[in-house]
Design a protein around this ligand. Structure first.
Ligand SMILES: Cc1cc2nc3c(=O)[nH]c(=O)nc-3n(C[C@H](O)[C@H](O)[C@H](O)COP(=O)(O)OP(=O)(O)OC[C@H]3O[C@@H](n4cnc5c(N)ncnc54)[C@H](O)[C@@H]3O)c2cc1C
Length: 454
């Protein structure tokens, strides 16, 4: 009998914990090293607390719109004190369920900071010990943290990163959000829902510069309707802090005086002190490049999640972890389906929500590729009218010759759920007729998908 593969994983976020569970199921002897909580930054700082706060803001926004739903005199007052404990309770519960799953698969969990000592050795520093572990395979899944530029001094009080915002010490009277990518617009939405005045610094001419223009336009219209000030074509270059205020200075001379500023300008990988040199693992500006199996330049050392510099999504990190576990256990065959990053669905939890998958119209246009794009507004949807929110649309991009669904965008209520249908269609190579001929629920928002597929 051969000895089980000794698989050591650094980082217990979506990439690390999924790889650990899967590899253990496949028979590996797995050690998972996590310095903070199992579930990772995704549970503690990123996906979960941000969406929990947005859910609270969404409930408040709904009460403000309740007149349109036939209700009178509904008013919600906001309880700042309860937000932190609510976030903590959700995070703890999720982390506990991940730990239980790992335990049930026999994964050895070590709380501490890990690093490579050599190609086959990992060192873990716990509160009390320094432990050396021999490994046949190693996964580096140590994630990332918010990027703080040299011109900003984050104090957690008035100059914040996203990690200071769950919730901040007080709800800002006027918040300047710096950065108009996915994270930036979610925080604009979150704090606008809480009643803060919000200004958004948009370095280009469109919020969400990587999205289709018509998708971004719906969000911009919503922001403007809610009184959000958009400073387009401006790059922040300094923040001056006063006792009760901040002033954000932009490169075009504009200045915004506010009560708080929040940085949402990307992230940096957690790769310092990982011992990459000791094991001969190459890095590129802190990221650890990988091939389509998730291998670094050292074949038995893998990297996944934000550290790998691929799509920074929790869902992608988990799938990378799964595929890496299979590869490390020798389960890859010629028929093995590689992770196709171009088919990852993603969502932006604003109001309306925005979600997309696969090829977008603008990408097809840029590549000179012939496509069929069909678009249906929710204004024609019975369910959207019943719910009192008919903003947005569904757009499906397909191959004009074969009808195969290549991608799609949804802007509107529950877009983050509805996109699953298109994600399945894109992954499975379904045709538009497959969607048209599905017997869907009526009245449902999903009917708009069938209409757009027509
Ligand atoms: C505000 C915000 C909201 C987001 N919302 C979403 C969303 O809604 N949906 C989505 O799909 N994605 C979202 N993301 C992105 C998502 O959070 C990341 O892509 C995901 O967390 C990456 O997972 P990971 O496994 O690489 O690492 P992480 O979740 O970052 O976990 C890495 C873990 O490694 C640990 N670690 C680091 N160094 C060591 C070491 N040396 N030894 C031991 N442990 C170590 C850390 O403590 C951490 O727990 C969001 C990001 C942000 C910033």
């Amino acid at each position: 009998m051969t000895a089980p593969v000794r698989f050591v994983i650094l980082g217990g976020g979506p990439a690390g914990n999924t790889a650990a569970t899967h590899a253990a199921r496949l028979g590996a002897e797995v050690t998972l090293v996590e310095r903070d909580i199992v579930g990772g930054a995704a549970h503690l700082w990123d996906c979960i607390p941000s969406k929990a706060m947005i859910a609270t803001g969404g409930a408040m926004a709904l009460t403000r719109r309740s007149g349109g739903l036939g209700l009178a005199d509904v008013d919600a007052s906001f309880d700042l004190e309860s937000l932190g404990p609510r976030n903590a309770a959700i995070t703890e519960r999720l982390s506990r369920s991940v730990s239980t799953l790992l335990e049930s698969q026999g994964v050895r969990m070590l709380r501490g900071s890990g690093r490579l000592k050599g190609p086959h050795q990992v060192v873990v520093e716990t509160d009390t010990d320094v432990i050396e572990i021999d490994a046949d395979a190693v996964l580096l899944a140590t994630g990332s943290r918010p990027r703080v530029p040299p011109w900003a001094e984050v104090d957690g009080e008035r100059i914040l990163t996203t990690r200071d915002a769950y919730p901040p010490p007080e709800i800002p009277e006027h918040l300047v959000v710096i950065g108009s990518g996915v994270t930036g617009v979610e925080f604009v939405h979150m704090f606008a829902s809480f009643g803060s005045k919000v200004s958004l610094i948009v370095s280009r001419q469109q919020v969400l510069p990587d999205k289709d223009a018509d998708v971004a336009a719906v969000l911009e219209a919503d922001f403007l309707a809610r009184g959000v000030m958009l400073l387009k074509g401006a790059k922040a270059e300094a923040i001056d802090r006063g006792p009760d205020s901040v002033v954000v200075r932009c490169d075009d001379g504009r200045r915004v005086a506010a009560s708080h500023a929040l940085l949402a300008i990307g992230f940096v990988p957690n790769s310092e002190n990982l011992g990459l040199d000791a094991a001969g693992v190459e890095s590129d500006r802190g990221f650890v490049p990988v091939n389509h199996h998730g291998q670094t330049n050292v074949a038995h050392i893998y990297a996944a999640g934000d550290l790998s510099g691929k799509l920074p999504l929790s869902s992608v990190a988990s799938m990378q972890g799964r595929k890496i576990a299979e590869h490390a256990m020798g389960l890859h065959t010629r028929a093995h389906r590689h992770l196709d990053y171009d088919k990852a669905a993603s969502a932006i939890f604003t109001e309306p929500e925005i979600a997309d998958v696969g090829l977008t119209e603008s990408e097809a246009f840029a590549a000179g590729r012939k496509i069929r794009a069909t678009k249906v507004p929710f204004a024609a949807s019975a369910r959207a009218l019943i719910d009192g929110d008919a903003r947005g649309f569904v757009k499906i991009v397909s191959d004009p010759a074969t009808g195969v669904v290549l991608g799609g965008s949804i802007v509107g209520r529950n877009a983050s759920e509805l996109i699953s249908v298109l994600a399945l269609a894109v992954t499975a190579g379904l045709r538009v007729t497959d969607i048209v001929e599905s017997l869907l629920v009526h009245p449902s928002l999903a009917e708009a998908l069938a209409d757009a597929a027509e």
